[in-house]
Write a protein that binds this ligand. Structure first.
Ligand code: SF4
Ligand code: SF4
Length: 371
């Protein structure tokens, strides 16, 4: 999570309070689900340590993570209420990322009483049909309105799966229609995308979404359209770090061991491959380029997850090339959307930004549409 200079500098501290989950999502990257739960003393030590060792940060976000953290509601309450009682001076908040199935009744009331300190974010994959296919038939177990109404600034997270790709535009439009202000859509990692079979379908679905956003310019585009095209014009530039792993982010495993982020933990990689915080000094890496991508014009704007690179290929810089075709299809769709937004004057662009966007659109279209 990169922050602009003008924004407050936030440290992200993930607390993996359980490796247990009540669902069995088809794309889940967590290899080893266990019944293990973080001891309250481990959580307290981690929180105290982070408050004492976060000079240089304006605030701390504690992410209560799983598995599914709401399997252990009493532990969540104890962590939050203990932290509140300590009167730590640095601003902080807790973020609860949940599948929503256990957020009801008394726990909803507790969340509302603690809204100043706890933000709840929902994972939902779109229409009931898609969500139930991907996430253990759980759509009807979720009080969706509770999240929309009480966390009006909170995005909804969806994972895009291969078997439901033909429903993608309907799924995203469904999430917009439910009232979420922002849809963060991530293509599932670690699955076989069989791209040749789905390429045409994905292109068609993204074209439908482009038309939806052109007809509804007041709606914020989902994160599939979140690639900054002008970045591709700066070829001489070194590739910047994409996220905060190992620098502005730290993840605590169940037993209190620290990792750069959750993807480096044993439950995602394996006991033997896990990388502890500090074993890789991410501050020393000045260029996050992948040599295999040196001929690709999209590298400066191609999404990258160092943890998933490591899980897939054992190296943090070598990207998963299975997703290349998806990145290209996205770039073409974004170039189409931006071109029409400029032509129809649907979005405000700064003069230089508009010029650079047009140059980038030309480059993408001549490179990929002539292939
Ligand atoms: S699209 Fe593929 S080749 Fe291009 S930068 Fe991304 S991973 Fe590398
Ligand atoms: S390495 Fe991947 S999972 Fe970890 S913080 Fe970065 S993008 Fe997120």
């Amino acid at each position: 999570m990169e922050k602009k200079d003008t924004e407050k500098k936030r440290k992200i501290v993930i607390l993996t309070i359980t490796e247990d989950c009540n669902l069995d999502c088809v794309y889940c990257f967590e290899k080893a689900k266990t019944k293990k739960v973080m001891d309250i003393q481990v959580a307290k030590v981690a929180i105290e340590y982070e408050f004492k060792n976060s000079d240089g940060f304006d605030e701390i976000e504690f992410d209560l993570f799983g598995g599914e953290p709401t399997l252990y509601i009493n532990l969540i309450k104890e962590i939050v209420e203990w932290t509140y009682a300590q009167e730590f001076q640095k601003p902080y908040l807790f973020h609860l990322e949940t599948n929503g199935t256990l957020v009801h009744g008394e726990f909803q009331e507790w969340l509302l009483r603690n809204k100043e300190y706890v933000y709840a974010g929902l994972s939902l994959d779109g229409t009931p049909e898609t969500h139930n296919n991907n996430r253990s038939t759980s759509y009807n177990l979720i009080d969706i309105d509770f999240f929309v109404k009480n966390y009006p600034e909170q995005s909804v997270r969806m994972t895009v799966n291969r078997s439901t790709i033909s429903n993608l535009s309907k799924d995203i439009i469904h999430l917009h229609n439910l009232g979420f202000p922002e849809v963060v859509a991530t293509f599932a990692y670690g699955i076989n995308w069989e791209i040749n079979e789905i390429k045409n379908i994905l292109e068609l679905e993204l074209r439908k979404l482009c038309n939806f956003y052109l007809e509804n310019p007041e709606i914020k585009e989902c994160s599939i359209f979140d690639m900054n095209l002008p970045d591709i014009l700066h070829k001489e530039r070194k590739i910047k770090k994409w996220c905060g792993t190992g620098t502005t982010m730290v993840s605590y495993g169940i037993d209190g061991t620290k990792y750069p982020c959750h993807t480096f933990q044993p439950n995602t990689t394996s006991e033997t491959k896990a990388i502890k915080f500090g074993e890789i000094d991410f501050n020393l890496i000045k260029d996050f380029s992948d040599p295999e991508c040196s001929n690709c014009i999209l590298e400066p704007t191609c999404p990258n997850c160092y943890g998933m690179n490591f899980v897939n290929g054992g190296d943090i810089l070598t990207r998963n090339k299975q997703l290349c075709e998806i990145v290209k299809i996205r770039a073409i769709a974004i170039s189409y959307l931006k071109a029409h937004q400029i032509e129809k004057n649907l979005k405000q662009f700064k003069p230089n930004e508009m010029f650079q966007t047009i140059e980038a659109i030309k480059e993408i279209q001549s490179k990929f549409l002539s292939e």
